[in-house]
Design a protein around this ligand. Structure first.
Ligand code: 6CS
Ligand code: FE
Length: 306
């Protein structure tokens, strides 16, 4: 049986387009070693040192303190409140917790000049270009607001798995930059990663339902590895947790397994989340979903950020 026929649901991959990362399948298949490099640029491209590049390549993530300087942080936090207040109650870019509090706001870089400036900071855009080896564009941007007491986490997943299946991202040549706006402690729902897991693609079982994003952005149920797979991955690689003061960035590879627990502390955890994709990795048709997701979740233009 061909992979196309085996695929659980959604549009079959167009003839002639090779799917090197089959997922959303009817039956489990073995994990697939990553085909692409993790770091595409060199030390000479700057600003990251060879040690930083080697660390990113091995672990799939990098912590960058002072990515946004202290004087910007109150402005940014204020800007997020403004953006949230300006958006209509039923704007699809606003994702809410079941209780009604805001969980994510998509496209903040198009709603706020300040966030657009963050994208272009010397501590941000050149890092994305260096890691991905050339021009990049914003595939997705969001603000994640995990409120105190009621914030719920994100179950373990690889972002690339979703972007490949539902958005048609062909290769693993994208990187996320999550910038802390509040202090990330070990106890307020901060991100956990499985270091080194970015070297393996874990195909997932289960077809993509129609309009999966209506629910997956609050609680992801398809496109997540099964418990046996996660147990083996953690046995092999361990878990690291991202903590740090506001202004710290976590850069992580699109295929790194990560997740977060709930936040029952009074201390909110909010982050600006920017996903850079190489202009040479433009989206195609989804590999395992009936139709592409909306533009605010997955930009189709592939216009280089300048
Ligand atoms: O949907 C997305 O693009 C991202 N959000 C979730 C909850 N999982 C996949 C990916 O990280
Ligand atoms: Fe994610």
């Amino acid at each position: 049986m061909s992979l196309q026929q085996e695929a659980g649901g959604g549009s079959p991959v167009a003839p002639g387009v090779e799917d090197r990362y089959p997922t959303r399948l009817e039956h489990a298949i073995e994990p697939i070693p990553r085909h692409e490099p993790t770091v595409w640029g060199t030390e000479a491209d700057g600003p990251l040192s060879q040690t930083h590049l080697d660390g990113f390549s091995e672990y799939g993530y990098l912590v960058a303190p002072d990515t946004v300087s202290g004087d910007w942080l109150p402005l940014l936090r204020h800007e997020i409140d403004r953006v949230a207040a300006d958006l209509g109650a039923d704007d699809p870019r606003v994702i809410r917790e079941p209780g009604g509090t805001i969980r994510s706001i998509f496209e903040p870089h198009l709603l706020s000049d300040l966030v657009a400036q963050v994208v272009r900071l010397d501590t941000v855009l050149p890092v994305a270009r260096q890691l991905l080896g050339g021009d990049v564009y914003i595939h997705q941007a969001r603000i994640n607001l995990m409120p105190g007491f009621t914030g719920t986490g994100f179950y373990w997943h690889s972002d690339f798995e979703t972007w490949h299946a539902e958005d048609g991202m062909p290769a693993i040549r994208a990187v996320s930059c999550s910038i802390a706006l509040t202090h990330n402690y070990p106890y307020n729902g901060s991100l956990m990663v499985i270091p080194g897991s970015h070297q393996t693609f874990y195909p997932c079982v289960g077809a993509t339902p129609d309009d999966n994003h209506d629910t997956s952005l609050v609680a992801q149920s398809v496109g997540v590895p099964d418990q046996t797979t996660l147990t083996k991955a953690v046995d092999r690689h361990d878990i690291h947790q991202f903590t740090g003061p506001p202004g710290t960035a976590l850069w992580f590879d699109a295929n790194l397994l990560h997740g977060s627990g709930s936040n029952i502390t009074p201390l909110p955890r909010s982050n600006v989340f920017l996903v850079f994709n190489s202009v040479d990795n433009a989206l195609t048709d989804p590999f395992a979903a009936p139709r592409p997701r909306p533009e605010y979740l997955a930009a189709r233009g592939a216009q280089a950020v300048t």
